[in-house]
Structures are given as structure tokens and as C-alpha cells.
Ligand binder design. Sequence first.
Ligand code: AHG
Ligand code: MN
Ligand code: MN
Length: 338
Amino acid sequence: MGQTKFDAVKVGTGEDLVTLTRWVIAQQQHAPEATGDLTLLLTAIQFGCKFVASKVKQAGLINLLGLTGTANVQGEDVKKLDVLANDIFRNSLIASGKTCMLVSEEDENALVIEDHNQRGKYIVTFDPLDGSSNIDCGVSIGTIFGIFKVKDSENPTEADLLRCGREIVAAGYCMYGSYCEMILSIGNGVNGFTLDPAIGEFIMTHPEIKLPPRGKIYSVNEGNFKYFDEPCKKYVEQVKQKYSARYVGSMVSDIHRTLLYGGIFGYPADSKSKKGKLRILYEVFPMAFLIEQAGGKATTGTQPALDLVPEHIHDRSGIWLGSKDDVEDLEACYKEQQ
Ligand code: AHG
Ligand code: MN
Ligand code: MN
């Protein structure tokens, strides 16, 4: 043997890998009052995401592309994958025994868990399949979820659903893209976990995500420009002089890029869609929470998005989210008008 020294490096044993479940359990250990209910609820959500991820990959092979031929309560065409994803999440969440009410984009009414033995203290609001228009052409789509705690689990009421976004307990999304990633916040920052399909586990790959204070990308459907109000028009004219444009058309994917690269994403209210397009309880609130937790800002243009209180479960709002300085530039256009 020569003089070279060798260190034993353990590769591929999994010892240094932080799975999503391991991370959630570790957070629970730091909170003495924790009961483990949130851990179990997040396990149910993880299961739903893995299930949907697998079906998204096979969709073209097992007759899961295309429309169901029906419209949802919001008048939108429903895709087969919308229905399947909704069933998967609904069943998984109910089976967890940790929820008392569910609000899904695909269901007209909120679902109340009547059976006391199956009822828990959490409310989950979710968009089972976000970016439906991108399903059939294989572009990234996702699932978005928000978690609230009911005030009295024996007596869940409408007031538990129609509440301010600041009361959200946890939120996240799972993106089904070139890789499948779950982004999660339980109120102490934002972490990202990539699904390793070989072992069926989400592994931490993006710890403590922080948005850069300013980005170089703006993201908005400029096909709607003619309907925008004057502050929006002014901001878009201004930002396009210096930034690149990117717009996937799946909120999950546009937000994922924004979280990782910085910049701004918006779907404003306009003269065609008076309250915007994105739904407060299962699109606006979860994403605004994640963006704020990552150091960014989320606004309607005139007020912080998390200060909104929806009037009904499918209520909508205009929204701009992203890097702090970029969102403040947008807000400045509204302030000038006042
Ligand atoms: P969903 O597929 O859940 O109905 O949501 C679609 C949303 C959102 O993902 C995206 O940001 C937006 O609709 C795109 O709308 P446009 O096609 O009008 O740009
Ligand atoms: Mn959506
Ligand atoms: Mn959807």
C-alpha cells in the first residue's frame, strides 16, 4: 500500500436521505402539543399524489386522456383525469380519519364527514388536477392543497370554510412534470421533495426554498391584455421591457418556476373575468401561503392575498405572486392610480 489515505464513504445506503415522512415526523417532535394527526393527513396526501403521478404517466396508454363530456359547477369542461384525481384524493383523505370537511374544485358542495369515527379536526381544500388544459399535450400539471383546522370538530360549520387565508395551517402542491415534486409548508418555511419512483418515496431535494428578492421573468396570459385594468396594463408594458416572458398555463408549474427562479406570476381580475379566474380556497390561498413562507409576496393588486375572506367555497380573486421587489413594482402601479 502507498501513502494515499482512503476514507470509507457509504453511498446509496439511504442513510443521509430525508424522506418527506421522516421530515414531517421530525417537525412533529419539535412541537410538544402535536398529536401526529397532521403527519397522518400528510401521509394520505402523499399517497394521493403518488397515485395520481403514476396515472398521469400512463394516461395516454390507459384511455385517461380527453374529456368526460360533462362540465363542473364552474362551467368548465371536466377531463377524465380531473375525475380520477378527485376520487383518489377524496377517498384517501376520508380514509385518513383526520378530516371533517373537504372542498374540491370538482365538487359543487363541501363534503362533510358525518361518521364521528372517521372524523378529524382538519379541513382540506384541494384542486385535484391543476392545469387540466395541459393534460392532453403532456405539459406539467399538478395538485394543490390547503389545510385548515376546524374550530370545533364536533360541529363543523360554513364559517370554518369561509375564513381568512392567514388561518391556513399548512399548504403545498405536487407537480407532475419532468420530475414529480411535492412542495410543502407547515408554517416554518418551504421545502421540496422529489418522488423517487423506484422506491416510491418523496426525498428532500430543495430544502428551505427562498425566493430571490427580484427575478427576470414575468408570467401572465397576455392574450387577456385587452381586458386588463390600467394598472395591470401599465405594469405589463413596463416589465416586458426588461424581463423574459414564460407562461405554462398550469398554475402549479408557473409557481414552481417562480419559487425556484424568482420573478412574478399573475392571473388578474379583468373586465372579462371580474373576479379573476383562480379560486381562493384551493389555488390562491395555498400558493400565497407558500410564496410568503419563501420570502415572497402575494397580492390582489390592492391587498395581501392572504387577507381575503371568500364569500363562497368556489369564490375567485385576481392574484399576483412572486419575488418581493417584483410584486411591489406591480403594487406601485395600483397605488399611483389611487
Ligand atoms: P384548473 O385546470 O384547475 O381549472 O386550473 C387552471 C388554471 C391554472 O392552472 C392556470 O394558471 C390558469 O387556469 C390558466 O388559465 P388560462 O388558460 O386562461 O391562461
Ligand atoms: Mn387549478
Ligand atoms: Mn383543477
